[in-house]
Design a protein around this ligand. Structure first.
Ligand code: 5MM
Length: 341
């Protein structure tokens, strides 16, 4: 393992001004997104859509440090025959790959899941490295509800994340460690804070036991937000302060960067809250984005599967990338948001 090289990639992935595009929707998820815009989820349509994102030159060059791909995409070629991985690299961005095989029901834990995909992972990592990946992603899902999460769900998912991260580093790939505490439900912001703290503390304990080098990884957590159906929602400033407080209590300063998921927040909420955190400052890591929905919703709606709409979709994607890039610097404002749109 070359820790200096891993640290260099992890630092580049979370460099101020830039963030990560999560374009690793699995077959079922991309179908859901395409259904919403009336587009059939064929291999060609998925390629065309993702190619339009990766060829959004200004956004990719200026604001997107890395792209998380799905297994199909890392093997795909653009319409002109160029591998999509090369299109991403030509834009100065780093290709990465989702390597988990999804969240499956956890036995004897109703409503809870364990992310699978460890069997044969070493061999798959070797292949992905040969295909051009420099980093990987594994997402664990923690649900909040009556009586959950359980110790079993948190421990099993943290253990799997640590085993995945160690295998990645063994193969000189930077692991993105993503323990997502879902915002589905009517729980309070206090409950999200308590569950996220429990989850992160368990994850870092397991990373230590698995001998994962913190300098060579990126954490992808949720922000501390109330459940989407909670009657009491919270201002951005409170979300920012609570999130920073939890991170300071759980994440060692050796971790170079933290890249948030958007998790179902609106596009502008995800931007405003990232900006609010970077305005507070006073923490040892770079705080950036690794958004899927909050970067892609606008371009998907603008595209709607029509070639004539490609420029409009690229403009929509570039706008969100620019706004989030400013948020990593604490330089986004609602006025810029409106003016630039
Ligand atoms: C892009 O969505 C990712 C893949 O989801 P599935 O495996 O369910 O298809 C997802 O892991 C994503 O990378 C993160 O959750 C961040 O995306 P959001 O949309 O929450 O910012």
């Amino acid at each position: 393992m070359d820790l200096a090289a891993l640290n260099k990639v992890a630092t580049a992935m979370t460099t101020p001004g830039k963030g990560i595009l999560a374009a690793d929707e699995s077959g079922g998820t991309i179908k859901k997104r395409f259904d919403a815009i009336g587009v059939e989820s064929t291999e060609e349509n998925r390629r065309d859509y993702r190619e339009l994102l990766f060829r959004s030159e200004k956004a990719m060059h200026n604001r997107i440090s890395g792209v998380i791909l799905f297994d199909e995409t890392i093997r795909q070629k653009a319409a002109d025959g160029t591998p999509l991985v090369k299109v991403i690299e030509a834009a100065g961005s780093i290709p990465g790959i989702k390597v988990d095989k999804g969240a499956k029901p956890l036995p004897f834990c109703p409503g809870e899941t364990i992310t699978e995909g460890l069997d044969g992972l070493r061999e798959r990592l070797i292949e992905y490295r040969e295909l051009g990946a420099k980093f990987c992603k594994w997402r664990a899902v923690i649900d909040i509800g009556p009586g959950i999460p359980s110790h079993d769900a948190i421990n099993a998912n943290a253990h799997a994340l640590a085993r995945y991260a160690a295998l990645c580093q063994e193969q000189d790939l930077v692991p993105i460690v993503e323990p997502e505490v879902l915002m589905d439900g009517d729980h309070t912001i206090e409950r999200c804070e308590a569950v996220t703290e429990w989850t992160l503390k368990t994850v870092f304990q397991e990373l230590y036991y698995a001998k994962v080098k913190l300098e060579g990884m990126v954490l992808k957590p949720n922000m501390i937000v109330p459940g989407a159906e909670c009657a009491t929602q919270a201002p951005d400033q409170e979300i920012a302060e609570r999130t920073i407080r939890v991170l300071k209590n759980c994440v060692p300063s050796a971790v170079p960067g933290i890249a948030f998921l958007s998790g179902g927040q609106s596009d502008v909420e995800a931007t405003a809250r990232l900006d609010a955190m970077n305005r507070v400052g006073g923490f040892p890591w770079h705080l950036t984005f690794s958004y899927g929905r909050a970067l892609q919703h606008a371009p998907q709606v603008a595209w709607a599967g029509k070639t004539d709409n490609v420029s409009a979709a690229q403009a929509a994607f570039s706008h969100r990338a620019e706004m989030n890039g400013l948020a990593t610097l604490g330089k986004w404002t609602p006025e810029i948001e409106k003016k630039a749109a």
